[in-house]
Write a protein of this length. Structure first.
Length: 270
C-alpha cells in the first residue's frame, strides 16, 4: 500500500470529516452552520479548477477556529463544489449548473441540516457568480421555516477594498479573477496546487471589464449573453498573479475572517 497521504485534514474538521458521534456532541453546543458555496471553473494556467471551493473550505475552517478561540462552537458543512459558471464554459474543465439546480441542491442540504437541529445558516459565498441566487434562496428558505435565520455575507468588496494596502501589484484595483489576491489566498492554503511557473498576467480592457466602476451611483445587477471570460482574457486571468505570496494571502484572509466574524457574531448573537 502506498505511503502517500491521499487526504489530509487541515485545521478544524468540517461535518464532512467528522464522525457521527462527533457531530452529535457538536449539536449539543451549536445550531450555527456555515455552508460554503463554490464552483468548479477555470482559474487561468496556474490555479486548479477547484480554487473557489478550496477557498470556501479554508474560510469555513478559519471561522470555526476564530469562534472556538472566543469560546463559541460553530459547524461547517461540506463545500458545494458546483456553481453558476456559464461565463467560463469555453475553457475546458469548467462545470456549470443553473440557478434553479443550485437552489434545489442547497434547499435539500439546508433541509437535511435543519432536520438534525441546525437553525442558523451562513450561505458562504465562495464564487461571486452565486451571489444573486444565494440571496434569493435565503429569502425563500426563511419563508419555508418559521424558526430559521440565514445570512449571505458578501465579503468580496471588503477584501477588494484592502487590496491597495496589501497587494504588491501596481494596479491593485484591477486584480480580480485568478489575479494576485486570489493566487495569494491559494498559496496560503494549498500551495502544492499552485503552479507559479506557469502563471500568466492579463489585464482586461476597460471597455469589457465587468469590474470597472460604473459612471453612475447605486447598485445595478446585470445579466447578459454577450462576451464570455475567454473573449475578455485569453488566459482566463484578470490581473497579475506573479507577485502573489502566502504571506499576502494570510493578510487577506485575516481581513475576510475578521469581517465575517463580526457579521456572524452580530446577526446570530453568538
Amino acid at each position: 500500500m502506498s505511503d502517500e497521504i491521499l487526504y489530509e485534514v487541515r485545521g478544524p474538521k468540517t461535518l464532512f470529516e467528522m464522525t457521527r458521534p462527533e457531530i452529535e456532541e457538536l449539536l449539543k453546543h451549536t445550531v450555527t452552520v456555515v455552508i460554503p458555496v463554490g464552483s468548479t471553473e477555470q482559474h487561468g494556467t496556474h490555479l486548479p479548477m477547484g480554487s473557489d471551493s478550496l477557498q470556501g473550505t479554508d474560510m469555513a475552517k478559519r471561522l470555526i477556529r476564530k469562534f472556538a478561540d472566543n469560546g463559541v462552537a460553530i459547524a461547517a458543512a461540506p463545500t458545494m463544489p458546483f456553481g453558476i459558471s456559464h461565463a467560463h464554459m469555453k475553457f475546458p474543465g469548467t462545470i456549470s449548473i443553473s440557478s434553479r439546480t443550485l437552489m434545489t441542491l442547497l434547499t435539500e442540504v439546508v433541509d437535511s441540516l435543519y432536520t438534525h437541529g441546525f437553525r442558523k445558516f451562513v450561505l458562504l459565498l465562495s464564487h461571486g457568480g452565486n451571489l444573486a441566487t444565494l440571496r434569493l434562496l435565503a429569502n425563500d428558505l426563511a419563508l419555508a421555516y418559521p424558526d430559521i435565520k440565514l445570512i449571505v455575507p458578501d465579503w468580496i468588496p471588503i477584501n477588494s477594498a484592502a487590496y491597495p494596502e496589501i497587494l504588491k501589484s501596481s494596479r491593485p484595483t484591477d486584480e480580480h479573477h485568478s489575479g494576485e489576491g486570489e493566487t495569494a489566498r491559494m498559496l496560503a492554503y494549498t500551495p502544492n496546487l499552485v503552479d507559479m511557473e506557469n502563471a500568466e498576467s492579463y489585464y482586461v480592457e476597460a471597455i469589457v471589464d465587468p469590474y470597472q466602476k460604473k459612471p453612475y451611483p447605486g447598485s445595478v445587477s446585470t445579466a447578459t449573453s454577450g462576451l464570455t471570460i475567454k473573449e475578455m482574457t485569453p488566459y482566463g486571468v484578470m490581473g497579475s498573479p506573479t507577485r502573489a505570496t502566502a504571506e499576502i494571502g494570510e493578510k487577506l484572509y485575516q481581513v475576510i475572517i475578521d469581517w465575517l466574524y463580526k457579521v456572524m457574531k452580530y446577526e446570530f448573537d453568538l
